[in-house]
Ligand binder design. Structure first.
Ligand code: NAP
Ligand code: MG
Length: 486
């Protein structure tokens, strides 16, 4: 008789398709979500799958009138329903949103990977669970707001106008919505032009769990739609995540309006590796810091600062590890590096690699797979022999490109890490705790990871200083931008 394990083995190659491969319904045309209903619009543009070039859907671009309708719906919902609602009741709705997101997590992950290009492993294991956890976390605050600022009374502001980028479409939406809603505000939000799909699915979730109409409104479109939204006179709060250039424009245009503004902008994070670090762990952290999400990460560790005495050893280990990375189909769960979100961004990345080469950097690229023949992809890239004056050490590339610098003392490491206009994030790798604390405190940025990189938790505030913006998202600090204290 054949033993059971041999029976299983005989059919081992005939595996069921991975759940990630099962198609997700995408409506052929995406309008807006206003006052609890999906409404069509006129002008359309395409959202594409960057891994294939296929058009996923036609998307309507909201003009001033549609933005106005969305803001007025939010204002009504704030005054009549959501603002006056008891905090515990609001909390229940937020818990329902979080749970329904978990139930629909496969669809959310697949859509995110198709629209953005990120590997399914990341959208499934990072973006979607973190987004749901954000709703869980702030649901917990909704009935405890009287403890948020002890001894003072807190009130919601009213309508919040929110604009988000394409690198973490669902997660950025959750970061923006959850604290605003928990506090009793209502929202009009504009997703990025190239990644509107998960926002649409989240609106279905809102309908399913009975979020009152008008509490969240979504307007699709490009920069002009965002301009109408942040310039509308009703919102009392503007929250923006995106590039430093657009952030500056928004700050200038809202000056004197009385609106509360928070900006989460770009970065040029340094990952500092000391000779006494656990080097293999630091290699993994470095990989995670820059190749995670194709380097489309505001807080990416895009500069690697290596202590000179271990630089050669560390680079050897890093290059070996990079040679095992699989670049390719975002829906394949073995993929490490997916597609670049847009042709425009791919050109930016290629431009910076050329600039680095022309300024004297040595370009090294490696992966376990060749670049796919179709779609928008870029090999994991090292720029070696870079110094702090090089453009690629100063400007944000926003792609899988790591500029490598060296240092000899902790002071030099701190000086080089701080030698940037940005101030979002850094990583410090050393087994010596006193050095960890000393260096971390001297770094001029909002977030420092100790012997780790790109680690997130809804209870932990995130945000930058200087040209990386101001305001915090996450934790108790993340409630502050959405409340009035008296
Ligand atoms: P972006 O061009 O500034 O776009 C961000 C969002 O703003 C998009 O929805 C965009 O619409 C919209 N927008 C463009 N012009 C506008 C205007 N004049 N008024 C109002 N809204 C406008 O940034 P991106 O290139 O998409 O995103 C990448 C940048 O975001 C990087 O610099 C990155 O560092 C930063 N980022 C920062 C964080 C953070 O937390 N600090 C997180 C993620 C990303 P369109 O999509 O149609 O252009
Ligand atoms: Mg797309």
């Amino acid at each position: 008789m054949t033993p059971p394990h041999e029976l299983r083995l005989s059919g081992a190659l005939d595996l069921a398709p991975a759940p990630e491969r099962t198609p997700v319904h995408i409506p052929p045309r995406l309008g807006h979500f206003i006052d609890g209903a999906f409404v069509d619009g006129s002008d359309t543009f395409d959202t594409i799958n960057p891994a294939t070039g296929d058009v996923l859907a036609k998307v309507c671009a909201a003009g001033a009138e549609e933005v106005d309708a969305a803001v007025r719906a939010a204002d009504r919902a704030f005054r009549e329903v959501w603002g006056p609602m008891d905090g515990a009741a609001r909390g229940k709705v937020l818990y329902r949103i979080a749970r329904r997101m978990q139930e629909r997590s496969r669809e959310l992950a697949v859509l995110e990977s198709m629209d953005n290009g990120k590997p399914i492993r990341e959208s499934r294991d990072v973006d979607v669970p973190l987004a749901a956890n954000h709703f869980f976390y702030y649901a917990g605050w909704a009935d405890k707001l009287s403890y948020a600022v002890p001894g003072r009374t807190v009130r919601p502001l009213g309508v919040a106008a929110q604009v988000i980028p394409w690198n973490f479409p669902l997660l950025m939406m959750a970061w923006k919505l959850a604290p605003a809603l928990a506090m009793g505000n209502t929202v009009v939000i504009k997703p990025a032009e190239t990644t509107p799909l998960t926002a649409r699915l989240l609106c279905e979730v809102f309908q399913e769990v009975g979020l009152p109409p008008g509490v969240v409104n979504v307007v699709n479109g490009a920069g002009a739609t965002g301009g109408h939204l942040v310039g509308h006179p009703i919102p009392r709060k503007v929250a923006f995540t995106g590039s430093t250039g657009v952030g500056k424009r928004i700050l200038a245009s809202t000056a004197g309006s009385g609106k509360k503004v928070t900006l989460e902008l770009g970065g040029k994070g340094a990952n500092i590796v000391f000779a006494d670090a656990a080097l293999d762990q630091a290699v993994e952290g470095t990989i995670n810091g820059i190749f995670f999400n194709q380097g489309h990460v505001c807080c990416a560790g895009s500069r690697l600062l290596l202590e000179e005495s271990v630089a050669a050893d560390f680079l050897g280990r890093l290059q070996r590890r990079m040679s095992t990375l699989r670049v390719g189909d975002p829906l394949d769960k073995n993929t490490d590096v997916g597609a670049i979100n847009s042709e425009r961004q791919l050109k930016v990345i290629q431009h910076y690699v050329d600039v680095g080469r022309n300024e004297g950097a040595t370009v090294w690229q490696g992966s376990a797979t060749a670049l796919p023949k179709r779609g928008l992809f870029h090999l994991p890239t090292l720029l070696l022999d870079v110094d702090s004056t090089c453009t690629v050490a100063r400007e944000e590339i926003f792609g899988p490109v790591l500029s490598v610098l060296t240092f000899r003392t902790p002071d030099e490491a701190i000086k080089k890490a701080n030698d940037t206009e940005y101030g979002l994030s850094c990583g410090v790798w050393t087994e010596k705790t006193s050095k960890l604390f000393e260096v971390s405190h001297a770094l001029n940025c909002g977030v420092v990871w100790a012997n780790g990189y790109n680690l997130f938790d809804p209870a932990s505030p995130f945000g930058g200083v200087r040209h990386s913006g101001f305001g915090r998202e996450g934790g108790l600090a993340g409630l502050a931008p959405y409340l009035e204290v008296t």
